[in-house]
Design a protein around this ligand. Structure first.
Ligand code: VAH
Length: 313
């Protein structure tokens, strides 16, 4: 019988789907969803929910004790584009939420933690193609700096206090159930909505901006697979590179045009271009594949088919 799980940031792009999947797997009453504000009607009806500020240690501790939580998925964060507009708010949310959860684990009030990192931990002088697990990491964004710092703290709490914290460096994630919030890779979600609504999309990144991307179903499966793996298989306690596909705005437009021949894309790069240019183009995720059996299932055309099919409903 699985012990209760708490998802902090359950209303976000990943949190929403993680909550649904974990409730399907363990039962709704075993998965407590929480966020700073209420979520979709579907999410609110699907099981227990708590309003929770991820930067408030005492509030998290209250929920953990009340529901006898054993595992925490900390999905609350301010993403790359928004973090550039509010650096100190981003640092406060992204770091203090992590310290709150790591300290609960250090004090043995919970036994396992998932925390998302990102390809944003890499910077302009990181090798761009097949970026390895261990390489130059000089992130040039507030979000990337917070994720790199978070990885260092996760590894520290594992080595110093034996905290079982696990993490993956998510690429850009594509999903239809929830809109993403404030990311640089959000174009890869918006484009499907605009293709169906208007038959056209003005992309805020240049046509040849190649970025690592992943369909949400793959990301959720990887997350749960990592958390279910025996601790002794987990050799990386900062955060695992996690890859599946890479593409440019031009390539995703071509994939859409196979279904919507009249679809038109135009380009108007904005401040997010500089963020995207600082990130890798493709990821080497051999450690995740070798240590806990990671294997992606969705390529670009399969992602496009799934997105258009579900958004049309
Ligand atoms: C962002 N979607 O754009 C997030 C992600 C790799 C990108 O971290 O900020």
């Amino acid at each position: 019988m699985h012990k209760p799980i708490l998802i902090i940031g359950a209303c976000g792009q990943i949190g929403t789907e993680l909550t649904i999947e974990l409730r399907n797997k363990y039962g709704s009453d075993k998965v407590i969803a929480s966020d700073i504000r209420e979520g979709s009607e579907a999410l609110m009806k699907s099981g227990p929910f708590e309003l929770l500020d991820a930067t408030n240690y005492a509030a998290i501790e209250d929920v953990v004790m009340h529901y006898e939580i054993d595992e925490v998925y900390l999905m609350a964060a301010m993403l790359s584009a928004t973090a550039e507009k509010f650096p100190m708010r981003a640092w406060n949310l992204n770091m203090n939420s992590l310290f709150n959860v790591l300290n609960l684990a250090k004090d043995r009030k919970i036994s396992k933690v998932f925390w998302p990192s990102s390809i944003a931990v890499f910077g302009p002088n990181t090798p761009k193609e097949n970026t390895p697990q261990n390489t130059i990491m000089e992130p040039s964004t507030v979000y990337g700096i917070s994720k790199q710092s978070g990885e260092r703290w996760c590894e520290y709490y594992f080595k110093k206090y034996g905290v079982d914290v696990r993490s993956v460096r998510y690429p850009g994630l594509i999903s239809w159930k929830t809109m993403p919030g404030g990311g640089t890779t959000d174009y890869a979600v918006e484009i499907y909505h605009k293709a169906l609504e208007k038959g056209a999309y003005e992309c805020f990144l240049a046509e040849n901006t190649k970025l690592p991307m992943m369909y949400m179903d793959d990301a959720i499966r990887a997350t749960i697979n990592l958390m279910d793996s025996p601790a002794e298989h987990i050799k990386v306690r900062s955060s695992y590179n996690l890859g599946s596909m890479s593409f440019t705005p031009k390539e995703i437009a071509k994939s859409i045009q196979k279904h919507l021949p009249g679809f038109q894309i135009s380009y108007a790069p904005d401040f997010r271009q500089e963020i995207a240019d600082s990130w890798p183009s493709s990821i080497d995720d051999r450690e995740a594949r070798e240590q806990w059996g990671w294997e992606p299932k969705f390529d670009l055309d399969q992602t496009t088919a799934e997105m258009l099919k579900n958004l049309r409903k």
